[in-house]
Write a protein that binds this ligand. Structure first.
Ligand code: IPE
Ligand code: IPE
Ligand code: MG
Length: 258
């Protein structure tokens, strides 16, 4: 785990290193993860990329288990972006197969463990069969309250905002809403992520320093954490370290330190 690398010397008063904040802040309730680096994990071992994705599912199972045990209320994971359609068809097929397998194999256990599954993203371009699986997983687990697992699949942050804008525009067009009724709360409640609080912490593995179109609206004030490990190497300890670092951050929301 590493904090974002910086070439400038530590600034006095910038609470980004352990020890800067005397009292630990409350742990995050909602952690979101950009699960990146499966391909490079496989390449480093001379394995096909699909095996990296398969190991990535193991890491996801660990992350869900750890999130439950560590008391998070929400875990959101980026599994397939709308931009991932740019990959070769064989890789896309492998990723869809893994979603199928994850739902088929893990649904009963997740349900027993009190996990509420929400699959967030566009339904466009998905087959009836995949849509059926998604609906089944969400329907079966909808009343569970221990942990909400948002799986961002066929998800793009801009697409999410556009889809909310279209829904709101339809209501304005039909006379159900006035333009002046449109505010941040209304937009938030129209997004695919409407049922979850905003993420407190967004983690990206693999060392890349970008959001790649993830949670652009709801992550507006999330703490960002970039970890120099491939996603298949993510463990419970990785999550614990990220949470610990989060608790030492100074979140000001534009105000001043307490
Ligand atoms: C993340 O791993 C999984 C998805 C994007 C679906 P990648 O497949 O992006 O792995 P790298 O980044 O090429 O190593
Ligand atoms: C982001 O990873 C999407 C997911 C983890 C599902 P990518 O590997 O697709 O992102 P880029 O291409 O590095 O921006
Ligand atoms: Mg990647």
């Amino acid at each position: 785990m590493s904090e974002p690398k910086s070439t400038s010397p530590a600034l006095p008063g910038a609470a980004t290193t352990p020890g800067d904040v005397a009292t630990l802040r409350a742990p995050p309730r909602h952690v979101a993860i950009i699960m990146d680096g499966n391909g490079r994990w496989a390449k480093a071992r001379g394995l096909p990329r699909a095996l990296g994705h398969k190991e990535g599912v193991e890491a996801l199972r660990r992350a869900v288990e750890a999130s439950r045990e560590l008391g998070l209320t929400h875990l959101s994971v980026y599994a397939f972006s709308t931009e991932n359609w740019n990959r070769p068809p064989a890789e896309i097929d492998a990723l869809f197969d893994l979603l199928r397998m994850f739902v088929r194999r893990d649904l009963a256990r997740l349900h027993r463990d009190g996990v509420c599954i929400r699959i967030i993203g566009s339904r466009e371009g998905l087959s009836e069969e995949i849509l059926g699986l998604i609906d089944e997983a969400m329907e079966r687990t909808r009343d569970n309250t221990r942990l909400t697992l948002n799986i961002a699949f066929n998800y793009g942050g801009r697409g999410e905002i556009v889809s909310a804008m279209q829904a709101i525009a339809r209501d304005v067009e039909a006379g159900r809403l006035k333009a002046s009724d449109v505010n941040e709360a209304l937009v938030s409640s129209t997004l695919w992520t409407a049922e979850s609080p905003d993420p407190d912490l967004v983690i990206r593995t693999s060392g890349e320093l970008r959001l790649s179109n993830f949670l652009l609206w709801s992550g507006a004030y999330a703490e960002l954490m970039f970890m120099d490990i491939w996603w298949p190497d993510f463990t419970r300890e990785s999550l614990e370290k990220a949470i610990d670092a989060f608790r030492r951050r100074d979140r000001r929301f534009g105000g001043l330190s307490a």
